[in-house]
Unconditional design. Sequence first.
Length: 384
Amino acid sequence: MIKKFMSPEIIFGKGALEQVGESFLRLGAKKVLIVSDKGVCDAGWVENVAQNCLSAGLEYSTFFNLTTNPKDFEVTLGAQVFEETDCEAVLGIGGGSVLDVAKAIAVVATNGGKINDYEGVDKLFAPLPPMIMASTTAGSGSDVSQFSVIVDSEKKKKMTIISKSLIPDISITDPLTLSTKDASLTASTGLDVLTHAIEAYVSIAATSLTDVQAKNAIQLVGKFLRPSVASRSNEEAKDAMAMASLQAGLAFSNAILGAVHAISHAVGGRYDLSHGEVNSILLPHVMDFNLIAKPDRYVEIAEFLGVDTRSLQPTEAGYKGIEVVRQLVKEVGAPQHFSDLNLMGPDEESINEMALTAIEDACMITNPRDITTQDIKDIFSRAM
């Protein structure tokens, strides 16, 4: 069986952000569009990379006008800034929303039209400008992936754009950036990492090349998410969660994802909720649903999370692993039900529409168990 594995150049470690300017020089860039948001600016990381660009002799422009669940019109505005200021390359520095917008801006700036034109798989036709993505959240994996997820503001749904062209030229991960995240954001992004790793591990497109990445990410989250949430200054935990995010990103970029993300995209597009928090609610319920499709994989996931499975039947062991995930969600203070997010029982029409949107999501293709719209509605019901 032939296996493929796609990855950008990876720079990892404390102080890695200092490599931004030199890295763009190696890519032949002279002027960079820095894409970020207010939180990252306030933490000082944008000023850090901007000064690094200037020190390397690079010019830059900035675009910070984006929201938690980035919208199509925000991408349009960013592409206009890229073109009007004669930028030649894109730097995304921030969490998943920032990095997805940065990649989407690169798409529109070079391929034209609107980002909505590129929803789906391999719709790009023109090369993208040089891209460097610097993740600051240990969560999204967008810094190494072939994905960009953007909200269609008219249809109120998240569009998934998938293309090998979206894999950045260089991914930069500096664990020091995680020290400026609060406990709530650390928890939600960390559970997004766990979701990426678990969905990649049970994906029908998983290979031995992705398994090793997913396995290590699951183990790291199981061991280090709690201490990372507990303390901003725990360097060992921050390093481990940064590595977990990187490895989970490499895993799902190549093995794709599953029903958690497909449903989460539908919910986040309609209600503008935190992606990581929605995943924290859905993950145990989708694991319950998928268990019968790959019981052996769920036994292994339980073992990665510290469960002694030697005296247990496969299904029993799988459920033990799911309970560990539920307990982790609870202990780090992430939401366990949609009611925790003040989403009190959407009407039947909204649930039907979200179910129809989710079942058409590209991430559903690699879910290990066949799923119907009724199954999705049942998952909603249990997650309320």
